[in-house]
Design a protein around this ligand. Structure first.
Ligand code: ZN
Length: 177
């Protein structure tokens, strides 16, 4: 995953719900704010939920090659979300966890979600190596700066983050090699 471009290239246009003709996929809980500049679109929560609760089940995913819109589900597997959840940008202080083992999106465990909050997740929690690396501008105190997947991060930088099982596994493999 990487921040979402406003106008995707023709190759990815078919998987991105960017057109106003495409109905919102989660109209009861998620609003897409489409920015005027590239990589400035994002998702905003329409609902408030307690910490740790399920925000949405991932029901429309299809296997895919790694791309700036894909989410990693295992050591060698990736999916496209095929829904407005693709607009959840990265943050170093995210509001959501994308659990690709359970195929569900949950509110982070240590903070409630409030209506109006930006819907974000910590991309290294699912991505070992990013398809497109980028400079994070989340502006939080814990900002990691250049986001390049969990592979390039040490354990200390990942401390306190919920991580998918495949990322935990790859980290253990790295540490034992
Ligand atoms: Zn950041």
């Amino acid at each position: 995953m990487a921040p979402i471009a406003v106008e995707p290239s023709p190759a990815t246009a078919s998987v991105l719900p960017t057109s106003i003709e495409t109905p919102p996929t989660h109209p009861d809980r998620l609003r897409v704010d489409r920015g005027t500049k590239a990589f400035s679109s994002g998702a905003v929560s329409l609902i408030s939920l307690p910490a740790g609760s399920v925000f949405a089940k991932i029901t429309t995913a299809t296997p895919a090659k790694k791309a700036y819109t894909s989410v990693q589900t295992g050591a060698n597997s990736h999916i496209e979300l095929n829904s407005d959840l693709v607009y959840c940008n990265h943050s170093c202080q995210p509001t959501l966890n994308f659990d690709m083992g359970k195929m569900e999106v949950r509110v982070v465990d240590d903070r409630d979600l409030k209506a109006g909050d930006a819907l974000t997740f910590f991309y290294p929690s699912s991505e070992w190596e990013m398809d497109q690396t980028f400079q994070c501008n989340c502006g939080t105190e814990t900002c990691k700066g250049w986001i390049d997947g969990a592979k390039k991060m040490d354990r200390n930088s990942l401390e306190g983050y919920w991580l998918n099982e495949h990322i935990e596994g790859l980290l253990k493999e790295r540490e034992s090699s």
